[in-house]
Write a protein that binds this ligand. Sequence first.
Ligand SMILES: Nc1ncnc2c1ncn2[C@@H]1O[C@H](COP(=O)(O)OP(=O)(O)OP(=O)(O)O)[C@@H](O)[C@H]1O
Ligand SMILES: [Mg+2]
Length: 376
Amino acid sequence: MADFIKLLSQQPVMQNLVLTGLRGVGKTVLMETAKPRALSAGWIWVGTDLSETSSISETNLATRILTDLSVATSLWEYRRVSNTKPIGFETEPTQQAIMLNFDTLGRIYDHTPGLPSDKLKKVLLVVAENLPEKNQGILFAYDEAQNLSDHKETAQYPLSLLLDVFQSIQRMNVPFLLVLAGLPTLFPKLVESRTYAERMFRVMFLDSLDHAASREAIMVPISRQDCPVKLGDDALDLIIRNSGGYPYFIQFICKEVYDAFIQQYGPGAAPTVPLVEIMRKLDTDFFAGRWARATDRQRELLSVIAGLDHCDSEFTVQQIVDASRALGGKPFSNSHVSQMLATLGANGLVYKNRYGKYSFAVPLLGGFIRRQLADA
Ligand SMILES: Nc1ncnc2c1ncn2[C@@H]1O[C@H](COP(=O)(O)OP(=O)(O)OP(=O)(O)O)[C@@H](O)[C@H]1O
Ligand SMILES: [Mg+2]
């Protein structure tokens, strides 16, 4: 939060933010928590979750941004900068004030000559010129931003468009800040699209909670006097270990534990944590869908990875190849592994870090795969 707040005091805006981390680590919650702070610092907050649809084409992405922006600007009066006709109006508009609503933003976009990037840039510049004095700037917050992609096949480059436009208007001292949240695949994607993205973003990697923080996350909610659930140290350790410190897993396991405790409570019996059942439920609710989407050969590869000692941190192509040879069966070649990891990356199961090593993009995936293999 402190880092986030620091970015809000930039004038001019030099650094944008990438908020990244594995599934369920708390990116969305952090962003939502930062929102009231940004608002009270005078920022206007716009944005939504980015879907794959908004990233199909440059026009789709521009429409997305115009739509989000217009929610904030629709009641602003379009102040003329000079005596000329406002952009987007063929004839001098005679009616009352023009508002910067979606319709007006769309007209400015349509009537600006050039590429979608020129058009979008123009709209943003007009909005900046009309920014109310009491406001610090506009913060564009996009969650699930790993869905952004360029598409060579269709010659559509929405991701590059976004980076180009923000880089260009920020150079002109426009106080617009870009905050992108998403899976660890996000930042490598940005850099691949535009190398200057390295310098444009500050990257915050949210990690799982450490032991003390996990303990707090579990104990604080049940510390009220009237709470019927009391956990001993053994139960606490069991939950921390099996959740890996990931907030989503802590929440999931604890809900099941509380439900079980409340039902088991009766005279005499000391309640136990039904861990095997809970993990089975987690497998069905959280992992199974992702696993089902993998092909047989991809599952074989993932199983080889899950057998590596350090699969929950990092692994390399060579380690996978070596392990697959050692296992017997049909081994994987280097190029095959690289190629499959790229596909698994696009499917959001693994990601490649900046040093060329790979990791699972889903927390505790290794343990899930090993449970599957044991069951089989
Ligand atoms: N600081 C926190 N304290 C307590 N619970 C939290 C905290 N952060 C996140 N959580 C809980 O963990 C769960 C996952 O959080 P969140 O949805 O923000 O993760 P995410 O990183 O956005 O996940 P995804 O990659 O799936 O979008 C939520 O249900 C939330 O309630
Ligand atoms: Mg999220």
